[in-house]
Design a binder for this molecule. Structure first.
Ligand SMILES: [Zn+2]
Length: 277
């Protein structure tokens, strides 16, 4: 190779260098999850709003996984964060937060571990989500005896609606036993307040309490693991927000978050205020 050829090649190599992503030497799995320790008996999880690529982890293929999905629940991370800010203004305390920054196509933490990822390199990210979430549930149980977990998701099927997912009442067993279905779908429930604020709730809060939840949105692994039918004593509701309610246009997502905070604060005063301190 003549030295006349070598010089342009070197220039090409230099020009290409910035296109190669910098090795995330110091990026730890915990950097891909937002965790906030709370002071209230309220926990919020948002597993599907992340947009970050996970280094060295291939995209999932989902062979043999039922209802396989890789699409992100756009702006659910923003709803969770804004909700926390709004709730703190109302209750003068912080909810617990666990929010994924990693994108769902690399791992899905709303699945049992064996269906969640396909590369062992994703394991620490799975743990970085579930360890603080489990710790939050245990801490709330210890401090308050019981609590509320909202698992925030997005769906595009009912664009102006919020779908309730409690595995048809199973993940809110304690709340149901103590205060009846009114605490889940009544006037003073979280969803009852939202419905009165003008949101469409599926199934409707006026419906017979035996009305089944939308089959695709009855609640996944997170509410199934930490709900009050288990030992955690945390009543867990999966909330699936329709596309229109998560829009960044005119800050729709922020209005949704504020209305959710209003609803949760009222629920707290009615049903959680007497939780032991
Ligand atoms: Zn989701």
């Amino acid at each position: 190779m003549s030295r006349y050829l070598f010089a342009p090649l070197l220039l090409v190599a230099i020009a290409l260098a910035p296109a190669i992503p910098a090795a995330p030497d110091d990026a730890k799995p915990a950097d891909f999850v937002v965790v906030q320790k709370g002071t209230l008996p309220i926990i919020v999880s948002a597993p599907h709003g992340g947009r970050k690529k996970v280094p060295d982890v291939p995209e999932r293929l989902g062979v043999g996984v039922a209802q396989f999905a890789t699409v992100l629940d756009a702006n659910t991370d923003l709803i969770a964060e804004r909700f926390s800010v709004e709730l703190e203004k109302l209750l003068n305390g912080k909810p617990w937060l666990v929010i994924a920054r990693f994108e769902r196509k690399y791992l899905d933490v709303n699945r049992p571990r064996e269906q969640s990822y396909e590369s062992d390199k994703a394991k620490p990210y799975y743990d970085a989500y579930h360890e603080p979430l489990e710790a939050a549930c245990k801490a709330v149980k210890t401090k308050f005896g019981r609590g509320l977990l909202l698992d925030i998701h997005g769906q595009g099927e009912f664009r102006d609606s919020i779908c309730r997912g409690t595995q048809n009442g199973k993940t809110v067993t304690l709340l149901k036993d103590r205060d009846g279905w009114a605490a889940i779908t009544g006037k003073r429930s979280v969803l009852g307040h939202l419905q009165r604020s003008g949101y469409k709730i599926l199934p409707s809060c006026e419906a017979d309490q035996k009305a089944k939840e939308e089959p695709k949105f009855t609640g996944g692994h997170i509410v199934g693991t930490y709900g009050s039918h288990t030992g955690y004593a945390i009543d867990a509701i999966q909330l699936e927000f329709g596309t229109f309610l998560r829009d960044k246009e005119k800050d729709k997502y922020a209005t949704t978050a504020k209305d959710l905070a209003d609803a949760v604060a009222l629920f707290h005063d009615e049903y959680l205020k007497d939780a032991k301190k």
